[in-house]
Design a protein around this ligand. Structure first.
Ligand SMILES: Cc1ncc(COP(=O)(O)O)c(C=O)c1O
Length: 560
């Protein structure tokens, strides 16, 4: 339907990253056109010539002896790793879990390293959910018949389970179901009392779904302030943040109203963990910002899958997350965890089915506007929630709890430490580094997400999209691009405000070819390897082997 001349940048802009693949004219945007066919094939059915030795070697280290037999170098590396990371031995329960409940990984020899993109579900989660649905009659919880009441009770039980999982007191927090973390962020953005005199303060390191809240802030007259990052390490400049967080009013306890005048608010938003660099920003900022008069929006989407988010210790006003990132299934359900006083500040811009107790058409213009919003979370859940999917959230939480989030954390951090060291040590024969890591080079205050680019011996950057394609051919799943986090990309790759502004100045008038010209070269991102629940040493070793195949190969000899 869309002709090329209609393709203004707005039309062409992808929901996610500005990677070259998404810049193609619409007619080219078929999956087949944006990816070579062999990249679209699961490893299990990949043509034999794509299966490098690494891709067919015994897939993980559950049986070190078997791994040793297949690859003595990996066996030696494993022994060295186990010596340096003795805590890894305490996470063996995850090897058993993988062998039992994630059989598809080893059956296909696939190395999945995109847990920050999406977690993996266990086969038992699917079975439990299926059995539940097959074993009872469930109806829409908005009705009052027996199946509906049963379903309503399950939805409420899942809310309680979510609070317990995050150690949030039901006296303090509510759970609002949303379609994903973005839905939770949008709820805050569109309902928060931004106004003249108020401020939206946020870190350069933020997902686009947090950046986008600046549109609501500006539209309502609030100012928008970004706290910068230092290029080395990609952490926030503490001095700059401290200047923003100078206390403005005496603090009278955590629940006290902190800034005089309830009409406008100031909101501080940051990710507990960067989805780009893996940096973990200090949760101590939450109380500091609250003491300075801000409400705090914590984006926990990338943090929650392998870190304990303890809301009895930290008290952010709003927390956004997606459940598929924690346990893979179901997709399409996230949550906004919200402190009750902070919920009371939100003003919904509309009402809908499911969010009201009573409404009128005849009284629409009368005082009161003809509707009563349902108090509490339901007033924020438009229409019918995914009531059949919500019990699967409870099943997923049970699944994670049966292993323990601390065990998952220990495992992924041991593996991250090894991988960071191993990648950092890779050198071309001329001594030039093969890999440049963006973000912390060690495990201090970071998570298991590693952003990097590969360089040839002459220092030429190999576009992350090319690296991802090579990884696909080796049966390794990474992610390439800016990861919806343009602030970190711009700092990491050194793009100035002037360079970036040039890409947008004529955005309403640009034609497609002109658009390609202004964004030329600004789409470079990074390859991201993110570890999770059932990552093994063999996975990270195979990724390191893959990285080592860039050694001494000039960029133009690498192929597409
Ligand atoms: C830190 C962070 N915030 C927000 C999101 C948005 O999550 P969703 O796409 O599930 O809404 C993501 C997704 O990758 C993320 O990593």
């Amino acid at each position: 339907m869309i002709t090329t001349h209609d393709l203004t940048p707005t039309v062409m802009m992808p929901a996610h990253d500005l990677t070259p693949t998404v810049m193609m004219p619409a007619q080219d945007l078929t999956p087949a056109a944006v990816m070579p066919a062999q990249d679209l094939t699961p490893a299990a059915v990949m043509p034999a010539h794509d299966l490098t030795p690494a891709a067919v070697m015994p897939a993980h280290d559950r049986f070190p002896a078997a791994a040793l037999a297949g690859n003595t170098a990996m066996g030696a590396a494993l022994r060295d790793f186990e010596g340096r990371y003795p805590a890894y031995a305490g996470t063996a329960v995850l090897d058993d879990l993988r062998a039992r409940d994630y059989t598809r990984l080893d059956a296909t020899g696939h190395v999945y390293l995109d847990y920050t993109g999406g977690g993996l579900y266990a086969e038992s989660q699917l079975a439990r959910h299926r059995d539940l649905l097959a074993g009872a009659v469930f109806g829409n919880p908005h009705s009052q018949n027996v199946p509906s009441r049963g379903m309503g009770a399950r939805v409420e039980a899942t809310r309680a389970q979510i609070l317990a999982f995050f150690r949030a007191s039901p006296e303090e927090y509510e759970v609002i179901f949303t379609p994903n973390a973005t839905g939770a962020l949008r709820l805050v953005g569109e309902s928060y009392p931004f106004g003249p005199g108020g401020q939206y303060l946020l870190t350069f390191d933020n997902h686009n779904s947090v950046n986008g809240i600046r549109q609501f802030a500006r539209a309502n007259g609030a100012s928008v302030t970004y706290v910068p990052l230092a290029r080395a390490g990609l952490r926030v400049s503490e001095g700059a943040l401290a200047r923003q967080l100078e206390p403005v009013a005496p603090v009278r306890g955590r629940f006290a109203r902190r800034r005089s005048g309830p009409a406008t608010g100031s909101l501080f938003a940051f990710p507990a963990q960067s989805n780009f660099s893996g940096v973990q920003h200090p949760l101590a900022w939450i109380a500091q910002a609250q003491a300075a008069g801000y409400d705090v929006l914590l984006d926990a989407a990338a943090f929650a899958p392998s870190n304990r988010l303890d809301l009895s210790r930290w008290h952010p006003d709003y927390v956004a997350l997606s459940f598929y990132k924690i346990f893979g299934y179901p997709t399409g359900i996230g949550a906004l965890l919200v402190r009750k006083p902070a919920l009371a500040k939100l003003r919904r811009p509309w009402y809908a089915g499911g969010t009201i107790t009573f409404s009128s058409v005849r009284a629409e213009a009368a005082p009161g506007e003809g509707f009563y919003l349902t108090p509490g979370p339901a007033g924020f859940e438009d229409g019918t929630v995914d009531y059949l999917g919500i019990p699967a959230v409870g099943i997923g939480l049970d699944h994670i709890s049966s292993v323990g989030i601390e065990t998952i954390h220990t495992r992924v951090m041991c593996l991250t430490g090894w991988l960071l060291d191993a990648l950092g040590a890779l050198r071309h024969s001329n001594g030039a580094p093969v890999v440049r890591i963006y973000g912390p080079a060690g495990t201090d205050r970071r998570g298991a997400t590693i952003a990097m680019n590969f360089f040839d011996p002459a220092g030429v950057l190999i576009d992350s999209v090319r690296a991802e394609r090579r990884a696909n051919r080796a049966g390794i799943s990474l992610r390439s691009g800016c990861h919806c986090n343009p602030g970190v990309r711009e700092v990491a790759l050194g793009y100035s405000a002037q360079q970036m502004a040039a890409a947008f100045q004529d955005k309403d008038r640009l034609r497609y070819q002109e658009f390609l010209h202004v964004i030329d070269g600004k789409t470079t991102g990074a390859a991201r390897a993110s570890l999770g629940l059932v990552t093994t040493f063999a996975d990270v070793y195979r990724f390191w082997e893959f990285a080592s195949r860039f050694r001494d190969v000039p960029s133009d000899a690498l192929g597409a």
